[in-house]
Design a protein around this ligand. Structure first.
Ligand SMILES: NC(=O)C1=CN([C@@H]2O[C@H](COP(=O)(O)OP(=O)(O)OC[C@H]3O[C@@H](n4cnc5c(N)ncnc54)[C@H](OP(=O)(O)O)[C@@H]3O)[C@@H](O)[C@H]2O)C=CC1
Ligand SMILES: N[C@@H](CC=O)C(=O)O
Length: 355
């Protein structure tokens, strides 16, 4: 059973997943009977290449590293170059679209249209792009269902840490009255670096170089990235259609080094917190820096690590902590979804070479 995969977007996260699919290939087959084949990559600046019988992952990664583009992938019979994202989604023989373009914090595009086009063409989608889930969860979930395809988005909240699957599976049956947490790796990393004496600009540059920040880091530092994550938690975990523009949002841009120093002299720490609260039939959410006592479990979360606390009526408070950003970690989140897809959908797929 082979799952044919097309990458839409081939930046840090896309390349990290490609690397995992290659290096873990034998284990994935041995452990889960999972076989994958990358048939297409389509990226704006890094070019586009498609072969119905599969592309060689080390060659793809090497071409991107050496030339900045997959357009230099060696020509061979059947190879197609130059398809844009929509042509790749529609015309390739991929079963699964890996949507890893940048997250647009205003419109969620072009990722929303990529998901729609894929579902209408009976293709499943796994994504770490927050836009489609934060802005269009309900219509997209409906469309995926109508077309009997899979939609996975574990990495949209806390990267490879199972912040969405855990409440869905392991906390099932609880009434969750509040979800709060540190949900952005870049800003938590920056606050930690600034506590150690780094300037705001140096801390941001370091977060960018480590692959934690968004393509436009304004999304991180102004809190828009966390606002999307809070919307995802409200819509997906709490089942409430909370529009992201109804979530009050303040980032860390007004926090100075003096504020951070003053907090630590009084045994406190600034953290950028999201809170999603259920009150009666309503769910409300906020994103803002909060001053926490140093004995608060969330105060001890440093660097790019994130943490989330689910306030459950039966299980009590459950806290989950782990990576909030990072290329391998986020690539891994897509792999979790692909394995899940394989477990639920793959028995339906039969390609000629499997028969
Ligand atoms: N990095 C992380 O730790 C995490 C990232 N995410 C999310 O994962 C996604 C990918 O992140 P990351 O890989 O770091 O981001 P990058 O900016 O490295 O990669 C995004 C890629 O998408 C490409 N792209 C943009 N628009 C299109 C389009 N219309 N068609 C095809 N390709 C397009 C860009 O092309 P080019 O630049 O060549 O123009 C770029 O190569 C983002 O949505 C991000 O929010 C989620 C969790 C953690
Ligand atoms: N830029 C984001 C990436 C993950 O969503 C972050 O820093 O958390």
């Amino acid at each position: 059973m082979t799952i044919k995969i097309a990458f839409i977007g081939f930046g840090g996260v896309g390349q990290a997943l490609a690397e995992l699919l290659y290096t873990r290939k034998e284990d994935l087959f041995r452990l889960y009977g999972l076989n994958t084949q990358v048939v297409a990559v389509s990226d704006v600046m890094k070019g586009s290449v498609y072969h119905p019988e599969g592309l060689d992952i080390p060659t793809l990664l090497q071409e991107v590293k050496q030339t900045g583009s997959v357009s230099s992938y060696p020509d061979q019979p059947g190879l197609v170059k130059g398809w844009d994202s929509m042509e790749t989604i529609e015309q390739s023989n991929a079963d699964m679209i890996v949507e890893v373009t940048f997250t647009d914090v205003e419109t969620g595009q072009p990722a929303i249209d990529h998901c729609k086009r894929a579902f209408r063409n009976k293709k499943s989608v796994v994504t770490t792009n927050k836009g489609p889930v934060a802005l269009a969860y309900h219509p997209l979930a409906e469309l995926a269902k109508e077309n009997d395809v899979y939609w996975g988005f574990e990495g949209t909240v806390m990267s490879g840490t199972p912040a969405l699957r855990m409440p869905y599976t392991s906390l099932a049956g609880n009434e969750i009255s509040e979800i709060k947490g540190i949900l952005n790796g870049t800003t938590n990393f920056m606050l930690t670096e600034m506590e150690k004496g780094s300037t705001y600009q140096d801390a941001l540059a370091k977060a960018q170089s480590l692959g934690y920040a968004e393509a436009d880091p304004t999304s991180d530092v102004e809190g828009y990235d966390v606002r999307y994550k809070a919307a995802i938690l409200a819509n997906y975990v709490m089942g409430y259609p909370l529009p992201s523009n109804e979530i009050t949002c303040k980032g860390i841009t007004e926090l100075t080094q003096a504020d951070i120093k003053e907090a630590s002299t009084s045994n406190k720490r600034w953290k950028l917190l999201a809170r999603v609260k259920k009150e009666g039939d309503r769910v409300t959410a906020s994103v803002q820096p909060e001053l926490l006592d140093s004995d608060d479990p969330l105060a001890s979360i440093t660097g790019p690590t994130n943490a989330i606390v689910y306030d459950c009526d039966m299980a009590g408070e459950i806290m989950l902590t782990g990576a909030g950003a990072g290329l391998t970690e986020t690539g891994y989140s897509l792999l979790i979804d692909i394995i899940d897809y394989h477990r639920t959908k793959a028995p339906l797929i039969v390609h000629e070479e499997d028969a």
